[in-house]
Design a protein around this ligand. Structure first.
Ligand code: HEC
Ligand code: HEC
Length: 256
């Protein structure tokens, strides 16, 4: 008989089968005896209420925990560490960017707050944030100023950007707000905010959210605005110059 298994003796098939069954049993045993999950304390009652609110409002359609969920909004595994109650109230009540306003009661918001706080305690959600090549980014700005490729007004702002602590907190050219950096990438600030809003942030900061007043004069603030416009207009070229950082970033199969 000429079956496909014709040249594969029955005894070899049997031992292969025995090996596969053993491997399966062993794997099953290891999976079910793994107590990593059990080392974490269970969610409190309050946090469980918050999770119910989370689920019934479909928050995970846009947000992730540990990278799992929808991708319109940021990963919230460690959001509790960067948000206070006032900001949470504001985000949930008024919405922000593409996030709609939710009409939640105070108790429901407290539940979400507890849920996010306890999730934050379970680990680091974004273990490997993309690492922008900061020196290359700063170098590209330096070269544009020195090489006369930046208009005079923007150059003044660029000097302020390089000498101020801006890049100490603000991520360079990140695809979006990333967990490891508290502050958003500024290369699209002029698209997200009006000129007045930017000038106000620079003047008074957002101290409660970690943005200090820049301590600039009115003309320095104007120059910074001109620089941020230049930054937005040259974003793509800058990204090409700083691509080196990408190879250190998360691999393509992981979500940004
Ligand atoms: C339609 C998509 C969408 C839904 C649904 C949604 N969000 Fe959001 N959410 C966003 C986006 C986009 C942002 C980021 C806005 C920005 O750029 O700051 C955001 C921001 C947030 C933030 C601030 C995060 C930070 O790090 O600043 C919190 C907290 C939050 N959402 C919680 C929730 C909760 C809780 C729910 C469910 C009740 C929810 N979101 C539902 C899209 C959504
Ligand atoms: C100590 C950290 C820190 C430093 C230094 C800092 N920022 Fe910020 N900045 C933040 C944080 C955090 C936010 C986001 C606040 C929020 O969530 O609304 C922010 C927000 C901003 C925004 C608004 C962006 C937006 O999309 O809402 C602008 C513009 C800005 N910063 C410009 C600057 C400039 C220019 C400098 C340097 C002169 C600077 N920042 C220095 C922390 C910092």
């Amino acid at each position: 008989m000429n079956t496909p298994s014709g040249d594969f003796p029955t005894s070899r098939r049997k031992s292969l089968m025995a090996f596969l069954v053993t491997a399966f049993v062993l794997q099953t045993f290891l999976v079910y005896s793994d107590d990593t999950g059990r080392l974490l304390p269970p969610l409190s009652e309050k946090a469980l209420e918050g999770r119910a609110v989370w689920l019934s409002n479909n928050c995970q359609a846009c947000h992730q925990f540990y990278g799992m969920g929808g991708f319109l909004g940021p990963d919230l595994t460690n959001a509790a560490a960067r948000l206070d109650r006032a900001r949470l109230d504001e985000v949930l009540t008024n919405g922000v960017a593409q996030m709609p306003a939710f009409h939640l009661s105070d108790t429901e918001i407290s539940g979400i707050e507890a849920y996010l706080r306890e999730m934050d305690g379970t680990g680091i959600g974004q273990a490997r944030a993309p690492l922008p090549d900061l020196p290359a980014f700063r170098g590209a700005i330096r070269d544009a100023i020195d090489g006369g490729k930046m208009p005079a007004e923007a150059s003044k702002g660029g000097e302020g950007f390089l000498s101020g602590a801006c890049t100490g907190c603000h991520a360079a050219l990140a695809p979006r707000r990333i967990g490891a950096y508290l502050a958003p990438d500024l290369s699209s600030a002029v698209n997200d905010l009006s000129d007045d809003e930017i000038l106000t942030v620079l003047e008074v900061g957002r101290p409660a959210l970690g943005m200090p007043p820049a301590g600039f004069s009115a003309s320095q603030r104007g120059a910074m605005l001109a620089f941020l416009r230049w930054l937005a207009a040259n974003r793509t070229q800058l990204q090409e110059r700083t691509r080196g950082g990408d190879s250190e970033g998360i691999p393509w199969w992981e979500f940004r």
